[in-house]
Design a protein around this ligand. Structure first.
Ligand code: PSV
Ligand code: MN
Ligand code: MN
Length: 386
């Protein structure tokens, strides 16, 4: 049992977002930090440090055009030299003035064409560097009743998704992310897992749903969505983060570690932790006031802790209690695992992997922060307004 748990923890993979390393903030203020990356290459350098100290974060997701470069193969080669690889390509059809009334659901066909062309470009970039996943999130929606036809917008969305899907290579996937609201406040064109699921189902097996943990109404039972989509073979990925109010993009496991455990319990129960299950575990976070590299390391550790606890659930005892209708017993099995201090186990797993058992401390002692603060002047904003 313990060796199987350790092996699963060693094999776990968590993808980092390039945008977590740049400056970020709210619409009120972006706080600049010293030493933040000025180029996609420097974001990859920082991501490689997170992997160096955790051993389980070997890929970095890109956001286009935030991470636009002339030669993506060169960026991929640079990442490889640092011991990491490029990950999911995230499309961005939410930042141009043209998208004020929507991107792929805009009433203007010229704007829709521009947006779809960008999605196709993202598929092509992924193809060039051998990346499997292209992730789509649309800020599209309306602010006022009557502003546009809800149904017509669904038709336009379906058309855009189909054209993008048709461009995918055999081994590529389209990941569709939903979000309850923001920036649109009345209707959102992909507001929930049901809408995302219905579109993905029509598209076919290469279309999968992304669950961003911050994209639900307060109180939503996210692990139910996880269980349902897994059962249907339609859970493609997570964007992990945590929230107290809306889409806060705080460190995963910071606001509600118990929720993260419940999610990972569903994953482990469905044997979906292993890479072959096709669920990508990604972070989608912004570190507005905390230092970014240690915050990413902490986030990876939080996912590892929730995973370790989920792996420790005594499945036989749980099934036994469930089948016997032993409500308290079943709940106790789950809570026993959740209340286990898994930090010594993870420290051991890190030692087995040749890593320092204390990744944040090891990073802080490494001198990397001092090096980037001295060497980088004028770091880039993570995204919003960039
Ligand atoms: C939208 O809120 C979102 O979660 C999408 O994943 C975007 O690509 C990302 O945030 C940008 O930070
Ligand atoms: Mn997201
Ligand atoms: Mn979000």
């Amino acid at each position: 049992m313990t060796e199987a748990v350790r092996a699963a923890l060693r094999a776990q993979r968590i993808e980092l977002p390039s945008w977590a390393f740049g400056n970020s903030g709210t619409r009120f203020k972006v706080f600049g930090q010293r030493g933040v990356p000025r180029t996609p290459f420097e974001k990859v350098e920082d991501a490689a440090r997170v992997h160096a100290f955790t051993g389980v974060a070997p890929t970095v997701a890109l956001h286009i055009p935030w991470d636009r470069v002339d030669d993506y193969s060169r960026l991929a080669g640079f990442a490889k030299e640092l011991g990491v690889g490029l990950g999911t390509i995230n499309a961005n059809v939410f930042q141009d003035d043209d998208y004020m009334l929507g991107s792929v659901t805009n009433p203007d066909p010229v704007v829709r064409r521009k947006a779809i062309d960008h999605l196709l470009e993202c598929v092509d970039i992924a193809g060039q560097v051998g990346v499997r996943d292209v992730k789509l999130w649309f800020s599209d929606g309306t602010n006022y009743p009557g502003q546009d036809s809800i149904r017509a917008r669904q038709d336009r969305l379906a058309e855009a998704l189909q054209e993008t899907y048709d461009r995918l290579g055999d081994d590529q996937r389209l990941l569709l992310e939903y979000k309850l609201f923001e920036p649109a406040f009345y209707t959102t064109d992909v507001p929930d897992w049901g809408t995302a699921y219905a579109h993905c189902l029509r598209l076919g097996p290469k279309a999968q749903v992304v669950i961003d943990t911050g994209h639900h109404a307060p109180g939503t039972n996210i692990e139910f969505i996880v269980a349902f989509l897994l059962r249907e073979g339609k859970l493609g990925a997570f964007d992990f983060n945590s929230r107290f109010y809306a889409d806060d993009d705080l460190m995963v496991g910071a606001a509600d570690p118990f929720q993260l455990f419940r999610i990972m319990h569903e994953i482990v129960s469905a044997d979906a932790l292993k890479a072959e299950a096709g669920v990508a575990f990604m972070l989608d976070q912004c570190h507005n006031i905390e230092p970014k590299i240690p915050a990413q390391i902490r986030s990876v550790m939080n996912v590892q802790e929730a995973t370790a606890k989920a792996l420790l659930v005594d499945r036989d005892a749980l099934t036994g209690a469930q089948q016997a209708g032993d409500v308290l017993g079943a709940n106790a099995v789950l809570m026993d695992a959740y209340n286990t201090d898994v930090r010594p186990l993870l420290a051991d797993v890190r030692r087995e992997m040749g890593l320092d058992p204390d990744p944040v401390g090891a990073y802080q002692r490494s001198g990397y922060t001092e090096k980037i603060v001295a060497g980088r002047v004028g770091g880039q904003q993570a995204g919003w307004g960039a």
